[in-house]
Design a protein around this ligand. Structure first.
Ligand code: DC
Length: 231
């Protein structure tokens, strides 16, 4: 683990952020951590995926700023259930499965570059986070959404390993895919997420970097809990 060190502001963390690229293990680790601490799990990527789905359902051109703005003003995204069995609700519909389709991920990366979308989602994320005791997972939760979070982690892993994890995740759902294509798409999406002008994927200066290439999710969670224990 590396990093400039975490700032601890209060006794008992209210917000923990976990950022990083696809396949770094963020979701598994964040859910496990939320369960261990009995915190809420905030999946910010699911929110961008829900917007992407909304764009598709309403036949909106993602480059049309006025239409995007209107969608963001009216869209209703919420979460139900606990960290282990969380449902994503879009306008009353359970879209938990649908938002995991690879095309939705591609569109999510595209719409997440748009100012209107980011402003609307960050506002909603902060509203959810205001309740405290939350593990927030995403790309910019430590840099933009919750810059004052008590604990910030940036999870990464070697591209080969990340692609393997993504591939396993997708093929469990019986999607017929080629490993090479999964890797190419993952690298393309990382580049898009890292090079965008608004809230690019990068570690917060005060985040602790964890390389999960050779660690199990349980080991990563233990590392995080150790860091938190030390304060
Ligand atoms: O973590 P994920 O694969 O579910 O995220 C889908 C896309 O959403 C990702 O390509 C970039 C975007 N995203 C973002 O811009 N900011 C976040 N905090 C989380 C996700």
């Amino acid at each position: 683990m590396t990093g400039k060190g975490l700032k601890k502001k209060k006794k008992g963390a209210e917000i923990i952020t976990i950022d990083g690229p696809a396949g770094a293990g963020k979701s598994t680790v964040s859910k496990m951590l939320a369960r261990r601490l009995n915190y809420m799990y905030l999946d910010t990527g699911a929110m961008y995926r829900a917007v992407a789905l909304g764009v598709g359902q309403e036949g909106i051109n993602p480059e049309d700023e006025a239409d995007l703005e209107r969608l963001c003003r009216t869209i209703k995204i919420s979460f139900q259930g606990d960290s282990q069995n969380q449902k994503v609700i879009l306008g009353g519909e359970d879209v938990t499965e649908k938002i995991r389709e690879p095309e939705v991920g591609g569109m999510a990366s595209r719409v997440s570059m748009k100012r209107q979308v980011r402003e609307a989602m960050v506002k909603l994320q902060r509203k959810i986070g205001a309740k405290g005791k939350i593990v927030a997972e995403g790309r910019d939760t430590g840099t933009v959404v919750f810059p004052d979070a008590e604990y910030k982690f940036f999870l990464n892993a070697q591209p080969e390993e990340r692609a393997r994890r993504r591939y396993r995740e997708l093929t469990v759902k019986e999607l017929s895919l080629k490993m090479e294509d999964v890797k190419k798409e993952m690298i393309r999406r990382d580049e898009q997420d890292s090079s965008r002008e608004l809230a690019p994927l990068r570690p917060a200066p005060d985040a602790l970097l964890i390389d999960s290439t050779e660690l199990t999710p349980e080991e990563v969670v233990e590392n995080i809990l150790q860091v938190m224990k030390k304060g």
